[in-house]
Design a protein around this ligand. Structure first.
Ligand code: FAD
Length: 499
């Protein structure tokens, strides 16, 4: 068993974990750190997902880091470019050599007397168990299970003679040229897959139980293109990032305050891109209000274009049963298929599946309240990154990492070693994620909760969070600072732990 101690242990080497390490390098250069990553690669989501057309839904000026400009001409980028961007960032900031791959963290135990976490990881490559200690645990494990995507009950699927593929487990080199494809689902993945597969398939049908809002946006940002001609990359990135933040915030606020208006604008925009006489209401007008669930983006209107040209079609119905040759619908129609793609979603997973104990008592996550959306009541020296539901993930990830660095510097300056969030005194609690999407509703009861007011309430509002997390007070009614009661062990601190 190897045992090392680091000041900060980051779990996960995706966008958030790599970003967290870069922030530490920049803002707390004296701190030792390591990154434990369960997989054998950097990039998380952007390395895992390999389905045709995989791309961002957000613009890359906000999905990219605040500190490293996005210079690619495409504002909505493909998965490979995003993965390269995260990898290049890790290389540029010297983070790569701090990452220990194939280390799945399974448990973390906090000891208040020594102000330390003991972290247990399982090596997925050689089966060894590894134990490390750290003073601060920074959990950047994303929000879903990596080993299995969500597939609902598919009646009669065993009878189907074709292939059934989940987008999270796309077979290497799978060829769909000339095949009849049915994509089940209506979320961002389905909206991405349908036009991408339609380019080479015989035909693609998007089979949805109910519609989603789909908005066509340009894949290039003309303002960014213009600014880049005149300004250095960092300045252009910062300006375009703020432009997009403000536009996104305005769009969200308008949707919440005038849902009928936004609903009709979205309907009109979709109608304008679809063939005359198309049943827009049936296939593109959801029952819920805009932003009750995330809006789906069609870059340059690619989904509408695929429908207009007849290479793809949308069917809104429920599945009666799979047959040998395809899918039979509740209304009796049968969709012939060689391939069925189940774009039916993710399984949410908090803290990457690790269990957590504080002073010998296991923590029930559902019993905790999130503090500023990034720490948990009763759990000392632990932060977690959960991105926005109505804006790019990285906007929040950057703020959380900035806040953690501020906290660490505050602890050093005061001589305290422990920061523990406390639950709000009133008993009012609401779900941490307020979307009505199926993948959220399936798991929300197992997740931490949020309170009814600051600093326990999430506002899903970046400008407001900038004030709170970059400039707001560190000492408030939601946290307690304290010191270790026992002498701190002096064993094995390694500035750059051996990988
Ligand atoms: C298909 C898809 C498209 C998306 N598009 C967008 C978008 O356009 N805009 C947007 O804002 N968000 C989008 N998201 C959300 C997306 O997950 C975030 O953008 C971002 O990639 C999250 O980064 P992360 O590092 O926090 O998590 P992840 O990318 O999930 O990375 C987490 C890392 O932690 C590792 N890990 C997990 N558990 C453990 C453990 N126990 N021990 C060790 N390591 C562990 C994983 O192996 C992984 O490498 C999308 C998500 C998906 C699935």
């Amino acid at each position: 068993m190897a045992r090392d101690h680091v000041d900060v242990l980051i779990v996960g080497a995706g966008l958030s974990g790599v970003g967290a390490a870069c922030h530490l390098r920049r803002d707390c250069p004296g701190k030792t750190y390591a990154v434990l990553e369960a997989r054998g690669a950097i990039g998380g989501t952007w390395d895992l997902f390999r389905y045709p057309g995989i791309r961002s839904d957000s613009d890359m000026f906000t999905l990219g880091y605040s500190f490293r400009p996005w210079t690619d001409p495409k504002a909505i980028a493909d998965g490979d470019s995003i993965r390269d961007y995260v990898r290049d960032t890790a290389r540029e900031y010297g983070v790569e050599e701090h990452i220990r791959f194939h280390h799945r963290v399974v448990r973390a135990e906090w000891d208040s007397a020594t102000a330390r976490w003991t972290v247990h990881a399982h090596r997925v490559d050689n089966g060894q168990d590894v134990v490390l200690t750290c003073s601060f645990l920074f959990v950047c494990t994303g929000y879903y299970r990596y080993d299995a995507g969500y597939t609902p009950d598919l009646p009669g699927v065993d009878r189907f003679a074709g292939e059934v593929i989940h987008p999270q487990h796309w077979p290497d080199g799978f060829d769909h040229i000339g095949k009849r494809v049915v994509v089940i689902g209506s979320g961002a993945t389905a909206v991405t897959l349908v036009p991408a597969m339609a380019r080479r398939a015989a035909h693609v049908t998007m089979l949805q139980r109910s519609p989603t809002y789909v908005i066509a946006l340009p894949s290039r940002d003309v303002v960014a293109d213009a600014l880049r001609r005149w300004l250095p990359p960092a300045a252009a990135h910062r300006l375009v990032r703020w432009k997009n933040v403000l536009l996104g915030t305005a769009n969200f606020q308008l949707s919440r305050r005038a849902p009928k208006l936004v609903r009709s604008l979205l309907r009109r925009a979709a109608k304008g891109r679809l063939p005359a006489g198309y049943d827009v209401d049936r296939h593109f007008s959801p029952r819920y209000d805009p932003w009750d669930q995330r809006l789906c983006v069609a870059p340059d209107g690619d989904l509408f274009e695929a429908v207009r040209t007849g290479r793809a079609s949308v069917v809104t119905d429920t599945i009666d049963t799979f047959t040998e040759r395809g899918v039979r619908l509740a209304r009796g129609e049968e969709l012939p298929a060689d391939v069925v793609v189940t774009a039916t979603g993710l399984n949410l997973l908090a803290l990457g599946g690790m269990t957590v104990a504080v002073d010998g008592v296991d923590v029930d996550l559902a019993g905790t309240v999130a503090y500023k959306g990034m720490m948990l009541s009763g759990v000392p020296n632990l932060a977690l990154t959960i991105g926005y539901t109505n804006a790019s993930w990285t906007l929040k990830a950057d703020l959380v990492a900035t806040y953690v660095c501020r906290l660490l510097r505050h602890l050093d300056a005061t001589g305290d070693q422990i920061v523990t969030p406390v639950a709000p005194p009133d008993g009012r609690r609401t779900p941490l994620i307020d979307l009505t999407s199926g993948y959220v509703l399936r798991s929300v009861a197992t997740l931490p909760r949020q309170g009814s007011r600051a600093p326990w309430r999430l506002h899903q509002n970046y400008p407001r969070d900038v004030l709170l997390m970059r400039h707001g007070r560190l000492v408030d009614e939601g946290v307690r600072f304290s010191r270790a009661t026992a002498a701190l062990p002096s064993t094995g601190t390694t500035a750059n732990p051996v990988v």
